[in-house]
Ligand binder design. Structure first.
Ligand SMILES: *Cc1c(COP(=O)(O)O)cnc(C)c1O
Length: 409
């Protein structure tokens, strides 16, 4: 008889977006003629840029001939992409990394979920609240999160509330923690940390011998100069931080699948006898065993983002989304709503009016404006009283949604 890993049974059954979809479907069944606009799901809508499409075509043609065909590639990614990353994302910002500190992957979700395998099950973890659910759920699966209490909190997870009251800047934990997950610019709140604010976290990690797992999936949306694009812009971060990148939101790669993880050689964790082990070495070992590389086509597509044309085209799409974000922010504020985020990230975090719950406001928007948002409480206890809107819709649909919301409220 095989015994199940019963940590999996602790996971909540309802996935947030399945829950949202169910309620939207109920509404649609009751109102078959209605036209529902979704500002809910965090997927992009605009097509891949021409530079990426050309690279994909070229790579596909190479696959058609024995002389240029590519089979298994390096587990860590092709050098052409790792070098483009080093130059385009780091050297250009004065950050010196080495090629073998870059691990190309099939998107940031895999690695933000998998990286915790390298540390023991009894390490303590801290997360900002609200949060991208992958960080906690992957820790639940290995037994590190403990048990879930009625208020939705896990017994072994330290929650760092991010609310309007603290300006969405998490306070340093009161107790020592081993690993801290940070995501900036943030999903779901759309807010960012300044260089000084992030420096406090790096200093905390160095002083307490903690690790920071830093998710930079929305780095390309940053507009302000004092918001760091990489945690390695902060002195000392290469001794304590691992950083996750994704082309999903940067360049519409949610269907193409490519990203990368930075594991500097100086980042270490300890054995029980106090010996320091480089995570870079362990992650390489792990990837070579469990991962067979990202497709050649995806990596050529990603490389094209770093060409001058690619950069310019990707920026245009990001500008398009960020104009949506500005439009949503200004319109909702003009009707008296409290709106946060959307300045350095593609999400708006909206306070529900008159202390309404997240789900109540969600239903009100659905039934009265036919607009779908995501209830903030689905991202963690501190998300109660907020909803998330995304800037990823088309301009026309975003404007239509705003008109309906304005008419109702
Ligand atoms: C979308 C997103 C990612 C990227 O996921 P991919 O697997 O690269 O598509 C990573 N982290 C956060 C917080 C996200 O919202």
């Amino acid at each position: 008889m095989a015994l199940i890993n019963d940590h999996f049974l602790k996971l909540p059954n309802n996935y947030l977006f399945a829950d949202v979809a169910k309620r939207v479907n109920v509404f649609k069944a009751q109102h078959p003629k209605s036209d529902v606009i979704s500002l809910g799901i965090g997927d992009v809508t605009q097509p891949l840029c021409p530079a990426v499409i050309e690279a994909l075509h070229r790579a596909a043609d190479e696959m058609a001939s024995a002389a240029t065909f590519r089979g298994y590639g390096p587990e860590q990614g092709y050098d052409f992409l790792r070098d483009a990353i080093l130059r385009g994302d780091f050297l250009s910002r004065g950050i010196h990394l080495e090629r073998d500190e870059i691990f190309v992957n099939d998107g940031a979700k895999s690695d933000t979920g998998n990286f915790q395998e390298l540390i023991r099950w009894d390490n303590s973890i801290a997360v900002t609240d609200p949060i991208y659910p992958v960080y906690i759920d992957s820790n639940v699966m290995i037994g590190r999160a403990g048990t879930k209490s009625d208020d939705g909190r896990w017994s072994n997870v330290i929650y760092l509330p991010c609310t309007a009251e603290n300006g969405f800047v998490p306070e340093l934990p009161q107790q020592r923690v081993d690993v801290i997950y940070l995501c900036y610019p943030n999903n779901p709140t759309g807010t960012a940390l300044s260089r000084d604010e992030l420096r406090r976290w790096v200093n905390y990690a160095l002083k307490n011998d903690a690790l920071i797992f830093f998710d930079a999936a929305y780095e390309a949306y940053i507009q302000h100069d004092d918001v760091p694009h990489s945690i390695y812009e902060i002195k000392g971060a290469r001794r304590c931080a691992v950083e996750f990148h994704s082309y999903s939101k940067t360049a519409g790669f949610t269907g193409v699948r490519c990203g990368y993880t930075v594991v500097p050689k100086e980042v270490t964790a300890c054995t029980l006898t106090g010996e320091r082990i480089a995570l870079n070495h362990l992650w390489n070992r792990r990837q070579c065993t469990k991962f067979n590389g990202t497709s050649y086509l995806s990596q050529r597509a990603a490389e094209a983002i770093y060409t001058p044309e690619g950069r310019e085209q990707v920026k245009q799409t990001i500008d398009y989304y960020m104009q949506n974000a500005r439009h949503i922010r200004e319109t909702l504020r003009s009707i008296g709503m409290k709106v946060y985020g959307g300045e350095d990230g593609p999400y708006l975090w909206v306070r529900t009016p008159a202390g309404m719950t997240s789900w109540r406001f969600f239903e009100q928007m659905l039934y009265n404006a036919h607009v779908v948002c995501t209830p903030g409480v689905g991202f963690g206890p501190s998300g109660e009283g907020y909803v998330r809107l995304t800037a990823f819709c088309s301009r026309e649909r975003t404007e239509e949604a705003l008109e309906r919301i304005t008419n109702y409220y």
